[in-house]
Design a protein around this ligand. Structure first.
Ligand code: HEC
Length: 103
């Protein structure tokens, strides 16, 4: 009986652990985006306020995205003092999910 419980519980725990992690991740990037970026880029990346680029059409590679978030560009402010490298990575991952078709 004990053994059966363990066989059932272990995969269940692993499953909860894994899905918990992935949703937490996506959620963080999205929350950061909503807090710092939506006013110019819009929730779906297309708002274009102050000439903000359409993030659905952006093809920037990861390193360029990271640099742009850190240093800003023209109207876009730099975020390196406001965000940690981890947060910038989360944001970078999140904005790529806005791309259409997703890359
Ligand atoms: C004050 C408005 C503003 C805010 C806030 C802002 N951006 Fe921008 N963003 C811009 C503008 C303007 C550009 C276009 C810069 C240029 O190339 O002239 C841009 C361009 C970009 C690009 C480059 C896209 C490309 O393909 O060239 C990325 C990536 C980006 N923003 C991500 C973000 C993220 C992530 C945040 C939040 C941390 C953010 N932006 C916050 C205005 C803003």
């Amino acid at each position: 009986m004990k053994r059966t419980m363990r066989i059932i519980l272990l995969p269940l725990l692993l499953f909860l652990f894994a899905t918990g992690f992935s949703t937490r991740h996506a959620g963080d990037g999205q929350a950061l985006y909503e807090h710092h970026c939506v006013r110019c880029h819009g929730a779906d990346g297309t708002r274009g306020m102050f000439g903000a680029r359409n993030l659905q059409k952006s093809l920037l590679p990861d390193t360029a995205i990271t640099l742009q978030i850190m240093n800003g560009k023209r109207v876009m402010p730099p975020f390196k003092k406001k965000l940690t490298p981890d947060q910038i990575n989360e944001l970078s991952a999140y904005i790529k999910t806005l791309r259409k078709p997703a890359i």
